[in-house]
Design a binder for this molecule. Structure first.
Ligand code: B1M
Length: 212
């Protein structure tokens, strides 16, 4: 098997949204002992980057992006069990969700999977979560850390109300934020404990808090 060729072929299937081909080739790569991290970084993320650029430049539109997202999710389903170690003592609990008004969940799902892979228990509360939803789920699950994801400049502003809501209730919990429009400066401004540029950084920040 020519590894480079196969990885770039998979990236192409993500771009063209051919989910069955993406499924087939991901399985083939896994069967050839290519590690999940390499497949994620070299094929899936690279493919989605191209999709993002073409979407931004109006070369493709929402329906094409959705088929690419489906291909990405199909491939991730195969990788997820490999990224999550079984039967390891949990280092802590993270509650994670995408902010109000935002449906983007691919990145959040990767962060959740990587955290699980890092031996954290993850409660994923889904998309479109406002401050009340975060608080309600906090009361049920009592996590050690809360993660908020936002992909739109119009929805990133909905992160601060979540953090403020907890502060107003005198609940002092570290918040980790991330997503394409977020940066460290913004995270500091809204009172988050940390900012993850990507899923790897998100795990590192949580490690700095809980993995002592
Ligand atoms: Co949307 N979209 N989208 N979209 N979409 C973006 C975000 C956009 C940048 C595209 C563009 O113009 N280039 C643009 C936002 C522009 C802006 O705000 N400035 C945009 C737009 C405009 C829109 C709509 C408004 C389009 C429309 O309807 N006219 C609409 C909004 C809907 C809504 O939310 N209300 C919309 C819809 C959609 C789809 C439904 C079609 C689909 C989402 C499918 C889904 O998620 N289930 C979609 C997609 C797929 C994208 C792009 C192409 C790809 C996003 C993605 O999945 N990337 C995106 C372009 C882009 O980002 N380049 C775009 C792959 C993923 C692995 O990366 O999500 O960045 P990412 O996650 C990374 C890091 O950011 C980080 O780690 C992840 C993994 O390493 N991270 C965290 C993420 N969350 C984190 C949390 C953390 C820590 C790190 O701690 C808690």
């Amino acid at each position: 098997m020519n590894l480079e060729h196969k990885l770039s072929e998979l990236a192409q299937f993500i771009i063209s949204g051919k989910h069955l081909d993406a499924q087939k080739i991901t399985t083939e790569l896994v069967e050839n002992n290519v590690d999940a991290d390499t497949i994620l970084k070299e094929s899936l993320m690279k493919g989605m980057d191209v999709v993002g650029q073409r979407f931004r430049d109006n070369i493709i539109f929402v329906p094409q992006v959705l088929v690419s997202a489906r291909a990405m999710k199909t491939a991730m389903k195969i990788l997820e069990p490999l990224m999550i170690k079984g039967n390891i003592k949990s280092k802590g609990k993270i509650l994670i969700g995408t902010v109000k008004g935002d449906v983007h969940d691919i990145g959040k799902n990767i962060v959740a999977t990587m955290l699980q892979g890092g031996s954290y228990e993850v409660v994923d509360i889904g998309i479109g979560c406002d401050e009340n939803k975060f608080l309600q789920e906090y009361e049920i699950h009592k996590p050690n850390v809360i993660g908020i994801s936002a992909l739109l400049t119009t929805t990133m502003v909905n992160m601060k109300p979540v953090i403020d809501h907890f502060k107003n209730k005198n609940i002092n919990l570290p918040f980790i934020v991330g997503g394409a429009p977020i940066n460290k400066k913004y995270a500091d401004e809204i009172g988050a404990f940390g900012y993850g540029k990507d899923a790897y950084e998100a795990v590192k920040i949580v490690d700095s808090l809980l993995d002592s």
